[in-house]
Design a binder for this molecule. Structure first.
Ligand SMILES: [Zn+2]
Ligand SMILES: [Zn+2]
Length: 178
């Protein structure tokens, strides 16, 4: 039987789990009741930044002023048939990925990995593509614009992947209104 020096390798968290757990704990700071998103910047296994979705500092947030709902329309072609999909989302908050970019330095981002609880939306993906980040790891899928986001990341040569078998920390789970 294999035993390691530490003796507890089997229960030790792998790096993906470790950083995704941190992203989830960060997401609990969010005050948008529709969605709690957390993102962390990791460079060589070192944590260099954390961020969550929220209103700009010093202005009313979603719990104080309510969510700011905007309706968006997406045209999707499914098996040759055009479908119009209507979606509501809260536009009061700056997304976690965008806040992460606002609060980290470009030099620290070169070649880094971003762990984010939710698959980035198109705007965030577009910004991440220009941010120096080399890898993006997410947990919960976000189907809107997903194909476009994957195509963009591939074109940019950014590793873009959903974390494998993973269970978010109990205290950070919430029901997402999509
Ligand atoms: Zn909101
Ligand atoms: Zn976004």
């Amino acid at each position: 039987m294999h035993t390691s020096a530490a003796g507890n390798d089997t229960i030790r968290k792998d790096w993906d789990t470790y950083f995704m757990d941190i992203a989830y704990m960060v997401s609990t700071r969010s005050r948008c009741p529709r969605r709690h998103v957390g993102a962390v910047l990791v460079q060589g296994k070192k944590l260099l930044g954390t961020a969550y979705n929220g209103a700009p500092m010093g202005v009313h947030d979603c719990l104080e002023a309510g969510c700011m709902i905007a309706e968006e329309i997406e045209v999707k072609v499914v098996e040759g048939i055009e479908q119009v999909i209507r979606k509501q989302r809260c536009i009061r908050t700056i997304h976690a990925e965008q806040n992460l970019l606002l609060f980290t330095d470009r030099a620290n981002r070169e070649g880094s990995t971003v762990y984010v609880t939710d698959q980035p939306c198109w705007t965030c993906a577009n910004m991440l593509a220009n941010s120096g980040v080399a890898e993006v790891v997410y947990h919960r899928a976000y189907p809107k614009d997903s194909e476009k986001v994957y195509a963009l990341m591939e074109q940019k040569g950014i590793v873009f992947r959903q974390i494998g078998t993973y269970f978010a920390p109990e205290q950070a789970r919430m029901d997402v209104i999509s």
